[in-house]
Write a protein that binds this ligand. Structure first.
Ligand SMILES: [Cu+2]
Length: 381
């Protein structure tokens, strides 16, 4: 029997808190310091807490160790800014064509230090690639199913019935070894998502088949530092409830590595809730207030000067705010249970001259900085 099946029950995790759970489960699953427990038999020792996890103010909430992003093949910090613009060309009618390839792949991923999850993925990552385009672009997405289950891609947006990626419409479910080309024009502009719509839907979603789909307005949005955050969670013991919560998959990642931003600059977050099993998620920002654009389909905020918003399953929106002070500022859902189970992080707000050092501390480079500023405000390829 796979070791993860014997992981703590959700109730155990809740009773002791995530940090306590890490200690409790250390001999069985945690504290591997990010290395893959190949042939793991539940006897590996617990690693000491690295100094980087003893972050001032909330060290007690963190799990022991760190996730091996290299083994996963993706890094939640890099995912914040890794827009996929596709292969760009121009159609005879002058329309921009963006071509993408999406491959369904089964892959075991590490979602918290030492906790592995048998994911179903698009392109080997959870969430899948952040597809980004401009309203009116023609999108051509070649979908290849390299798994043993039937899958689809269902895009939120406007398109014909046969491109809806649901059973019974067009090609319906794409069988193992099969392929299909989804093609439609990007509309309306907004912060959208895509996900597998094969049955049973909840199984295909919670296994990891989803991602961000951002359609920029033709006129763009004001210059800002932009991030995409996909609120997700994982049912590690298959009891129909989640044990680990996060944005961009890895629990507490942005608590271990605060996201570097600059004082006074406009920050824009594309926030998507693709939780399964829980009806509502939320986002609360400490020591600040933000404007919120529900679904991102308007250029005027739909909520102004709020510090907490709710999103039901499939809901999403855009947050905009600036920091007045430097320092470390938390963000998390105002659902304490989710916070304790991994969905918590912080921004490291610094003066511009301290920014290169902050980037280095977060383990990202100038390319990440550049990508965070290239979206709606230009630099679009
Ligand atoms: Cu699927």
């Amino acid at each position: 029997m796979s070791w993860w099946r014997s992981l703590l029950s959700r109730r155990d995790v809740l009773r002791v808190g995530a940090g306590g759970a890490a200690a409790l489960a250390g001999s069985a699953a945690l504290g591997q310091g990010g290395t893959h427990p190949a042939g793991h038999t539940g006897t590996a020792p617990v690693s000491p807490v690295p100094s980087t996890t003893a972050h001032a103010g909330h060290g007690n909430n963190l799990m022991v160790g760190a996730v091996n992003h290299k083994r996963n093949g993706f890094d939640p910090m890099a995912m914040l800014t890794d827009w996929d613009w596709g292969k760009v060309s121009t159609l005879p009618n002058g329309q921009t064509l963006r071509e993408y390839t999406m491959i369904a792949q089964d892959k075991e991923i590490e979602i918290a230090p030492g906790i592995f999850f048998p994911a179903w993925t698009y392109n080997g990552r959870v969430p899948g690639p952040t597809l980004r385009c401009t309203e009116g672009d023609r999108l051509r997405i070649t979908f290849i199913n390299a798994t043993i289950h039937a899958h689809t891609i269902h895009f939120h947006g406007v398109h014909s019935a046969e491109m809806d990626g649901v059973p019974g419409a067009g090609p319906g479910e794409i069988q193992p070894g099969g392929r299909f080309v989804y093609e439609f024009d990007a509309e309306p502009f907004g912060c959208h998502l895509y996900h597998c719509h094969a049955t049973s839907l909840k199984r295909h979603i919670h296994k990891g088949m989803y991602g961000a789909f951002i359609v920029d307005p033709k006129e763009g949005r004001p210059p800002a530092r932009e991030f995409v955050m996909v609120q997700n969670a994982f049912d590690t013991n298959f009891d129909g409830a989640n044990e680990i919560y996060a944005v961009n998959t890895v629990g507490f990642e942005f608590a271990r590595r605060p996201i570097p931003v600059q004082k006074g600059e406009l920050i824009r977050i594309y926030l998507i809730n693709i939780l399964e099993f829980d009806l509502i998620n939320s986002f609360h920002l400490h020591a600040n207030f933000f404007n919120y654009y529900d679904t991102g389909t308007t250029l005027e905020p739909t909520s102004r000067i709020v510090d907490t918003i709710m999103q039901a399953q499939g809901q999403r929106g855009i947050l905009e705010f600036k920091y007045k002070f430097t320092g470390n500022f938390m963000f998390h859902p105002h659902i304490s249970e989710f916070t304790e189970l991994g969905w918590m992080g912080s921004f490291q707000v610094v003066e511009p001259d301290a920014y290169p050092a902050a980037l280095k501390a977060a383990g990202v480079d100038a390319g990440w900085d550049q990508r965070s500023r290239q979206g709606a405000a230009g630099g679009r390829s």
